[in-house]
Ligand binder design. Structure first.
Ligand code: GAL
Length: 656
């Protein structure tokens, strides 16, 4: 396992570089990421490149055998570039140009931006791509699929639509433009969604525009990767992904990268608001699923967060080290911390690094140093991966379509994925989060929450899986939309009716109101958000509604289909239901369950095919005890263990 840091040489006096490098080397840092915001220092004037300082930085760190992650600084073009080519700036939904002076405000479709972005990438590649000190390249920074409305984007969107639909007539018909007299009579009338509330706009246009914006980000990453690879085809290229409002399609963008990297800031605040965030375990599994391979953390939590919001509390003792190890437990092989030292200037001066403004290493740094010391002992894990028997399917089309048309108050697509993830991982099982188009045959159970937007390849893949003996769990709001985001004129869940052996007779979008369901064993659970009132065909009822006018109708069904089984959950429940449901599914499909794990303890397993390494992470502020079924050697201290005592945020790793 390698530990690294994010470093901003351009923000510090050069007299600090050597002392910083010395301390890093002494502490055990193996990788340093530099340069993602340094364009104005690398090219202070048009065509005037200034790389000597970067040579010096690279030399300073590589002298200690630290690898460099060099970034292509396209997220922060210099001001002279904006001044010369004002058209490279993003335009918002109101048609207003963003202001310069912040970051990531360039439009990735603007021709002049692309020209200069490729030029700086080429210059960097020519100088460094064959330098053995360069371990990897990061393209841009947290690239998003911002729905820019500049002229270039509008023109390219029209081309994108023409390529897809061929004629204006086809576009009109696909978009259902007869509604509200929306027919285009000329291609120039096609415009991006505007700043009116989404509810007023054509959902087909909105979905297509977000797909176009995503394709644009993917195209940009691909172009820059090509520039680097032209100089060194063996260069390893990544881009640091994050959960943001306009995330490009994760499977599409990862396809352009040699490995996936992720910015990992687990929630520090344990209050209601933090509950709105996705759990770190979920996010890490989501990122691993992008390429179904191990990944890197490019930015890892180092201190109190802030700047974009009021500051969070300081990470509690154990959290700096524990959260980094939690990432490893989910497939990270390298963890780089953001950032070495807290900035003393600029907008982010209160987003803390490992070392505070004082430049005096403190408690958090000491914990980081402990992790660096431990890392070499974990090298045995580097050749291991997580193998999962359970998959939860994610599709960016579904996520975007629900964003465009939220279904009911509180109905949240990602939270549904997370609820299933939490239920299965709660029994110590590995869970993959993958594309509905991926080969599902290796999974014993596949959860397909709210397959809202129809995609032929995904639907066929799901059928193939069940036909061959798989266990599928499908949920409400599946099969609702055609691929362009129009409703399908068929009984719900349309294409999935046959596999679930039931139909939706009517639905009740109850939002935050509550209903009750009773399962076949008589257990009662609260449900809300949405109630599909199901009529059984070949399926049997697993649970029925207990209240109101559809009392006694099926809410959850089970159907044998060919060699497989398909469950349909027509409502949204609380964790009590999902936990019991997951337990039943695991029992039936022969997936081992660890029962009675203490609250907050997360268990994952990494394997190399011969040896299994079990990670026990205490993601809580309380002590936790676990009794192992037999003595197992600890990778951390080498001793044989049969009883684990984990302090807050402690990790133990044993070989099975
Ligand atoms: C990330 C970003 C970093 C820094 C960090 C803390 O999203 O990539 O550059 O801004 O957050 O805010």
């Amino acid at each position: 396992m390698k530990i690294g840091v994010d470093y901003y040489p351009e923000q510090w006096d050069s007299s600090l570089w050597k002392a910083d490098a010395d301390l890093m080397a002494k502490t055990g840092v193996k990788l340093v990421r530099i340069g993602e915001f340094a364009w104005s220092r690398l090219e202070p004037k048009d065509g005037e490149f200034c790389f000597e300082w970067l040579d010096e930085v690279i030399k300073t760190f590589s002298r200690h055998a630290m690898g460099i992650v060099l970034c292509v600084p396209t997220s922060c073009p210099p001001l002279w570039l904006y001044e010369t080519y004002p058209d490279i700036i993003r335009v918002d939904a109101d048609g207003k140009k963003l202001q310069t002076g912040i970051r990531a405000h360039r439009c990735i479709n603007a021709p002049m931006f692309n020209y200069f972005a490729k030029r700086i990438a080429e210059q960097l590649a020519q100088r460094y791509a064959n330098d053995p000190a360069i371990a990897a390249w990061q393209i841009d920074n947290e690239i998003d699929a911002y729905p820019c409305t500049c002229e270039a984007c509008q023109g390219q969107f029209r081309d994108w639509l023409t390529e897809k639909y061929d004629t204006l007539e086809n576009i009109n018909s696909a978009f259902g433009n007869s509604v509200w007299s929306g027919n285009y009579s000329d291609i120039s009338q096609i415009k991006p969604p505007n700043s009116y509330p989404r509810a007023w706009q054509n959902p087909a246009l909105c979905l297509e525009y977000s797909r176009f914006s995503s394709d644009s980000a993917i195209r940009f990453v691909k172009d820059i990767a090509l520039v680097i690879k032209k100089v060194n085809p063996k260069a390893k290229v990544t881009s640091n992904l994050c959960f943001c409002d306009n995330m490009p399609d994760i499977y599409g963008i990862s396809g352009e990268l040699d490995f996936v990297s992720y910015d990992n800031y687990p929630p520090l605040k344990r209050d209601d608001k933090a509950d709105e965030k996705l759990s770190a375990a979920f996010c890490l599994d989501f990122i691993r699923g992008a390429k179904q391979k191990n990944f890197w953390i490019m930015e890892q939590l180092s201190g109190p967060t802030g700047s974009w919001a009021p500051m969070s509390p300081a990470p509690r003792p154990g959290q700096i080290k524990g959260y980094a190890m939690q990432a490893m437990a989910h497939g990270a092989d390298t963890v780089m911390f953001f950032r070495w030292r807290t900035a003393v200037s600029g907008a982010e001066m209160f987003w803390h690094g490992l070392i505070d403004h004082s430049n005096v290493p403190g408690r958090r740094f000491a914990e980081f140093a402990e992790l660096c010391k431990l890392a070499p002992k974990l090298s045995v894990i580097e050749t291991t991966e997580l193998v999962s028997e359970i998959a939860v399917l994610y599709s960016s089309d579904n996520e975007r379509a629900f964003d465009i048309q939220p279904q009911t108050e509180g109905f949240d697509y990602m939270k549904q994925l997370e609820a299933f993830h939490a239920a299965f991982t709660g029994y110590g099982a590995n869970v993959d989060i993958v594309s509905p188009r991926t080969d599902l045959s290796k999974y014993k159970a596949v959860v397909a929450p709210a397959m809202f937007v129809y995609d032929k390849a995904s639907a066929e893949n799901i059928y193939r899986y069940v036909i061959k003996g798989g266990t599928l769990i499908l949920t409400a709001r599946s099969g609702v939309k055609d691929p362009v985001n129009n409703c399908i004129m068929e009984t719900l869940p349309t294409v999935y009716r046959e596999v679930i052996g039931a139909v939706v007779k009517e639905y009740d979008p109850i939002g935050i109101e509550e209903q009750t369901i009773t399962d076949f064993a008589g257990n009662k659970y609260k449900c809300s958000r949405w109630c599909d009132i199901l009529e059984l065909g070949t399926a049997r009822a697993y649970a029925e509604y207990a209240d109101g006018f559809y009392k006694g109708s099926a809410a959850v069904t089970m159907n044998r289909y060919c060699s497989g089984v398909a469950y349909y959950i027509g409502t949204v429940c609380g964790s009590d239901f999902y936990r019991k449901f997951a337990s039943n599914i695991m029992k039936q499909t022969g997936i081992p369950r660890l029962k009675d794990l203490p609250e907050g303890v997360e268990v994952t397993t990494r394997t190399n095919g011969l040896d299994d390494y079990i990670f026990f992470f205490n993601n809580s502020e309380n002590e936790a005890s676990i009794t192992l079924p037999k003595e197992m050697p600890s990778i951390i201290d080498g001793s044989e263990k049969s009883d684990l005592k984990l302090g807050p945020f402690d990790m133990e790793i044993v070989r099975k």
